[in-house]
Design a protein around this ligand. Structure first.
Ligand SMILES: [Zn+2]
Ligand SMILES: [Zn+2]
Length: 321
C-alpha cells in the first residue's frame, strides 16, 4: 500500500506494517524534515490515522531527527539514564529517610547519603565514558542484524514472550560469567570493585569495572541480538522494554530490601534482593541474575535452606565456591 505523504516520498506498507523508509534495512529518516518535532508529529498523524499515539511519537522522532544513528543513540542513552536514576531514586529516598527499616536485609548497614552520592557520581561518569560510546554503536549493530524500527509496533503478546526468553537467556549468561569473575585473579582484577559494597543499595547496581560492565552488559544486549539473528523477528522497542525491565531487576536486586510483597514470594524461582544481597554479604554463591534455578541445580545457592542441605550432605559443601 502506498501511503500518501505531502512531500510525495514513498512509504510502503509491507504486510500491514508501515515502513518509514524506502529501504527496509535503513531506517526512518526519509520523511522530509518539519521545522519542529510537533510539526512532524502532525504531518505523520494526518496521513497515518491507524497509528496510535506512541507509534506516531516514535515515527516523528526518527523523521524529525533525520539521522537514525543519532536518533537511536540519544533515545537509548536518555532511556538508560532516566530508568537507572529514576528507578534508584525511591531506594535512595527510603535509605536516606530510614523508611521500611524492618524490611532492610542487613538492618545495621544503611548506606549514608554521602556514600550513595559518591556512588551515583562514579556510575554517571562510567555511563558517559564507557557506556555512551557503546550505545552509539547500537544502531549500526541493530541495523546489521535486522532489528525492526518500523511502525506499528509488535503486539504485547509478541513482546512478552520474547522478553521472557531474553530473561532466561541472560540469566544463563550472567550465571557463568559472574561465576567466572569470582575466580581469584579475575576477581582481584575486575569484579572486586562491584563488591566494594557488602550491603548493596539500588545505585550500586552498575558500580563496577568497565570490563565487567562490558562482559555482563554484553549478555543483556547480545541475547536479543542472537534471537534476532536466528528468527529475524525483533523490534527495537521490544529491546528497549527488555532493557528497562532488566535494569529495574538489577537495581531492585541491589536495593537491600526484602518485602512480604517481593516478587519471589509469588514466583519462587525469581531471585530478587533476597538472593543477591546475600551474594554481596558473603561473597560466594547466588551468581545468577534473575532466577534461582542455575544456583539450585549446580548447588551454588547460598540461602539458609541450601546451607541446611549442605550440612546434611557435606560432600557437596565446597561447590558453592
Ligand atoms: Zn559477585
Ligand atoms: Zn551485585
Amino acid at each position: 500500500m502506498y501511503v500518501k505523504h505531502s512531500c510525495d516520498k514513498r512509504h510502503w506498507d509491507t504486510g500491514g506494517g508501515l515502513l518509514l523508509s524506502d529501504n527496509p534495512t535503513s531506517l526512518n529518516s526519509t520523511f522530509a524534515p518539519a521545522a519542529t518535532y510537533w510539526g512532524q508529529y502532525q504531518e505523520i498523524s494526518n496521513y497515518n490515522v491507524n497509528l496510535n499515539v506512541a507509534e506516531r511519537l516514535w515515527a516523528a522522532w526518527y523523521a524529525w531527527m533525520q539521522n537514525d544513528v543519532l536518533a537511536t543513540g540519544i533515545m537509548s542513552f536518555a532511556m538508560h539514564e532516566i530508568v537507572y536514576f529514576g528507578r534508584s531514586l525511591p531506594w535512595f529516598i527510603i535509605d536516606s529517610l530510614g523508611l521500611f527499616k524492618q524490611y532492610k536485609i542487613q538492618g545495621n548497614k544503611v548506606p549514608s547519603v554521602r556514600e550513595q552520592w559518591d556512588c551515583a557520581k562514579w556510575v554517571l561518569l562510567s555511563h558517559v565514558t564507557v557506556e555512551l560510546p557503546q550505545i552509539w554503536l547500537f544502531h549500526p549493530m541493530a541495523q546489521f542484524f535486522g532489528l525492526s524500527t518500523s511502525v506499528p509496533f509488535p503486539s504485547v503478546l509478541t513482546m512478552a514472550y520474547q522478553i521472557a526468553i531474553f530473561f532466561v537467556m541472560e540469566d544463563a549468561w550472567h550465571y557463568w560469567f559472574h561465576r567466572a569473575l569470582h575466580y581469584g585473579p579475575l576477581y582481584k582484577a575486575i569484579h572486586k570493585i562491584h563488591h566494594q559494597y557488602s550491603a548493596p543499595f539500588g545505585l550500586a547496581a552498575e558500580y563496577a569495572s568497565p570490563i565487567e560492565v562490558m562482559i555482563l552488559g554484553f549478555g543483556t544486549v547480545s541475547c536479543p541480538i542472537i534471537w534476532c539473528a536466528i528468527t529475524g523477528n525483533l523490534h527495537i522497542l521490544t529491546m528497549y522494554v527488555w532493557i528497562v525491565l532488566r535494569l529495574a531487576q538489577a537495581i531492585d536486586a541491589h536495593s537491600g530490601y526484602e518485602f512480604p510483597w517481593s516478587l519471589h514470594h509469588f514466583l519462587p524461582f525469581w531471585a530478587g534482593a533476597d538472593h543477591h544481597d546475600l551474594h554481596h554479604e558473603k561473597f560466594i554463591g547466588n551468581y545468577s541474575s534473575s532466577f534461582r534455578w542455575w544456583d539450585y541445580v549446580l548447588d551454588t545457592e547460598y540461602t539458609p535452606e541450601a546451607l541446611k542441605r549442605r550440612r546434611a550432605n557435606p560432600s557437596s559443601a565446597k561447590k558453592a565456591q
